[in-house]
Design a protein around this ligand. Structure first.
Ligand SMILES: [Zn+2]
Length: 163
């Protein structure tokens, strides 16, 4: 029996966050089980919070809808994450070009703001550094792909903050 069932807290839960476990580098077979119904292999984990419960509950979409009594928001948040995951996959397949200096860069125009951007990564001896327009990143990334994805994360966060 799950924590939620034993304490009879079948309502009053609030949706706190939804996460895509693929974002953390996990794949099918490594996903979580719903803490409420024990359904296995949940890629999108809905994190629910309850004022009278010390720990958050990590559940699948259907249980999130039931426990929060909201049939719209959990699905909507999950769909937004699916779209983000598609953008992330496409990001790596965009027209990245090796410069003569040995940097891998991508020049593009933002579809929404129509601003031009140039981002790229600089391979060093055993790590990679990134830049976004005029900003040079200080962190080091162990692989080219992680460096490229870091740029994606930063641009996505900016997008979210802009509306
Ligand atoms: Zn469930």
């Amino acid at each position: 029996m799950s924590i939620a069932r034993t304490s009879c807290m079948n309502n009053g839960w609030k949706l706190q966050d939804v996460i895509d476990l693929q974002d953390s580098g996990l794949f099918y077979g490594e996903y979580e089980s719903c803490e409420y119904c024990h359904h296995e292999q949940i890629r999108f984990v809905h994190i629910l919070h309850h004022p009278n419960h010390p720990n958050p509950l990590r559940v699948g979409c259907i249980c999130a809808e039931r426990l929060t009594n909201d049939s719209i928001t959990p699905k909507k948040r999950e769909q937004a994450l699916r779209k983000r995951a598609e953008r992330r996959k496409r990001w790596l397949k965009r027209n990245w070009i090796w410069s003569q200096k040995g940097n891998l860069y991508l020049a593009f125009t933002d579809r929404e703001t129509h601003e031009k951007h140039c981002v790229g990564i600089m391979p060093r001896e055993d790590y990679y550094k990134v830049w976004i327009d005029e900003d040079r990143g200080t962190l080091q990334y162990p692989t080219q792909e992680l460096a490229q994805l870091k740029i994606f994360e930063v641009l996505e966060r900016r997008r979210e903050n802009n509306g």
